[in-house]
Write a protein that binds this ligand. Structure first.
Ligand code: PLP
Length: 395
C-alpha cells in the first residue's frame, strides 16, 4: 500500500538542525531552533523543575489513568496563570494536551466540529507549523497583515483593515505574546481595539500562548488574552509550557475554550471527546511538575526568578546585537531588534544572504531570516554583527 506515498520534504527547522549538527566548524552559531539557551549554549532543566520532580518521585503512589481532561490541579493552575481571574471558572472548559502543538491541533478540531466553513485568519508571518495544523484539521486559512518590514513594528493600518474584513463566525489566530517569528507584539491599546472590532464583527479570537513570561512579565504577557476573555463571549486558547518551564520533551500544553456558562459543560465534553479520538489521556508528568511548582510558594518564586533571568538574558542579547550591528554598519536599520519581544526576530535579509551567512560565516538562521536571540552570547554577537555587515556591503 505504501507505494502511493512520496517522501515528505524535510521540515525547514529540522533540516537546519541536521545541517548544523553536521557542520564541523568550531565557531558555528545556531540561531535556528526555537529553544532557550543559556550563555554556554545549554538548555538546562530549571532548578524548580528538578525540585518538583524529586518531590513527585518521592510522593507519587500510582500512575493509573486520570480523566480525559488530565490532572485537575494542572488545569486549575494553568487557568489562573493564563486568565488571572479575568473570567469566572464557570466560563472555562479545558483539557491537557501533549504540548502546545497538540493544543493548537485540538482547538482546530473543535472549530471544525462547530463551524467547518470558518476561515482561520493567520498573521502573514507566523509559526511555520500553524498552517499545516489548520490544514490537517480540514480548515481553510487566510493571511492577515501584521509586520511592517520597514520599521520592524506592527503594520497597524494593515492589521486593523484586515480585521475589519473578517466575516461573522470566522476565527482569528493571534499570538498571545512574543510573536513567532516577528517579535512584534500588540500593545494594550491594540488589544483593546482588537477586542472591540472582533466583538462588532462576531469574529472569535484564538490565542496561541507559547512564551508567557518571555516578553515583559507573566501578567503583562497575558494582558491581551485577559482583556479579550473578559470582553468577548467566546475565545479559544492554546498554551504551551515547553518554553517557560523548559519542559520541551515532556509535552505539556492546554487547550481551552472560554464560553458562556451555559455552554461550558458541552465544550468540556467535546474537548475531552476529541482527546479520546487522538491521544486519549494527556501525558501527566510535565503537567504535575507545573502544578507542583505553581502551588508551592517557594518553588513558584524560584521558578519565576529563573524565568526572569531567562527573559533578561534575551533582552540583553537583543540590545547588544542591535548596538553591535549599528556599530558595524553605521545605520540603525536593525534598531527594531532591541524594541521587540521574546526569543525571535525576523531580520530583513534575502534568502541568498541567509545562505551566505551559513556558508561563509557558519551562522545558522531560518531561511526567512528568523533568528533565536537566545542562541547568542558575547562572542557570537560580535561575529554575527560583523557577518551581517559584510553581507549588507555586498548588496
Ligand atoms: C507560536 C507557537 N505555538 C505553539 C508552539 C508549540 O510548542 P510545543 O508543542 O513544543 O509546546 C510553539 C513552539 O515553538 C510556538 O512557537
Amino acid at each position: 500500500m505504501f507505494e502511493t506515498l512520496s517522501a515528505p520534504k524535510l521540515d525547514g527547522i529540522i533540516a537546519l538542525m541536521q545541517a548544523f549538527a553536521d557542520d564541523p566548524r568550531e565557531n558555528k552559531v545556531d540561531l535556528g531552533v526555537g529553544v532557550y539557551r543559556d550563555a554556554a549554549g545549554r538548555t538546562p532543566v530549571m532548578r524548580a523543575v528538578k525540585a518538583a520532580e524529586a518531590r513527585i518521585i518521592e510522593e507519587q503512589e500510582t500512575k493509573s489513568y486520570l480523566s480525559l481532561a488530565g490532572d485537575r490541579a494542572f488545569l486549575e493552575v494553568m487557568e489562573s496563570l493564563l486568565l488571572g481571574g479575568a473570567v469566572p471558572s464557570a466560563r472555562v472548559a479545558a483539557v491537557g494536551t501533549p504540548g502546545g502543538t497538540a493544543a493548537v491541533r485540538q482547538i482546530c478540531e473543535l472549530i471544525k466540529r462547530a463551524r467547518p466553513e470558518a476561515t482561520i485568519w493567520v498573521s502573514a508571518q507566523t509559526w511555520p507549523n500553524h498552517l499545516p495544523l489548520i490544514a490537517a484539521a480540514g480548515l481553510h486559512s487566510q493571511p492577515y497583515r501584521y509586520l511592517d518590514r520597514e520599521s520592524g513594528a506592527l503594520d497597524r493600518e494593515g492589521f486593523f483593515a484586515d480585521l475589519g474584513q473578517m466575516a461573522t463566525g470566522d476565527v482569528v489566530l493571534l499570538h498571545g505574546c512574543c510573536h513567532n517569528p516577528t517579535g512584534v507584539d500588540l500593545g494594550l491599546q491594540d488589544w483593546a481595539e482588537t477586542a472591540a472590532l472582533l466583538e462588532r464583527r462576531g469574529v472569535v479570537p484564538f490565542v496561541d500562548m507559547a512564551y508567557q513570561g518571555f516578553g515583559e512579565s507573566l501578567d503583562a504577557d497575558a494582558g491581551g488574552l485577559r482583556h479579550l476573555s473578559a470582553r468577548l463571549p467566546e475565545i479559544l486558547v492554546a498554551a504551551s509550557c515547553s518554553k517557560n518551564f523548559g519542559l520541551y520533551r515532556e509535552r505539556v500544553g492546554i487547550a481551552m475554550a472560554v464560553v458562556e456558562p451555559a455552554l461550558r459543560d458541552t465544550l468540556a465534553g467535546t474537548l475531552a471527546g476529541l482527546s479520546r479520538q487522538s491521544f486519549a489521556f494527556p501525558p501527566d508528568h510535565g503537567g504535575r511538575v507545573v502544578s507542583t511548582i505553581l502551588r508551592d510558594t517557594k518553588l513558584r518564586n524560584g521558578w519565576q526568578s529563573e524565568l526572569d533571568e531567562m527573559r533578561m538574558r534575551v533582552v540583553e542579547n537583543r540590545r547588544a546585537l542591535s548596538a553591535a550591528i549599528q556599530n558595524e554598519t553605521g545605520s540603525d536599520r536593525f534598531g527594531f531588534i532591541a524594541a521587540q519581544h521574546g526569543m525571535f526576530s525576523l531580520l530583513p535579509l534575502e534568502p541568498a544572504e541567509v545562505e551566505t551567512l551559513r556558508k561563509n560565516h557558519a551562522i545558522y538562521m531560518l531561511g526567512d531570516g528568523r533568528v533565536n536571540m537566545a542562541g547568542l552570547n558575547a562572542a557570537a554577537i560580535e561575529r554575527t554583527a560583523r557577518a551581517i555587515a559584510d553581507v549588507l556591503r555586498a548588496r
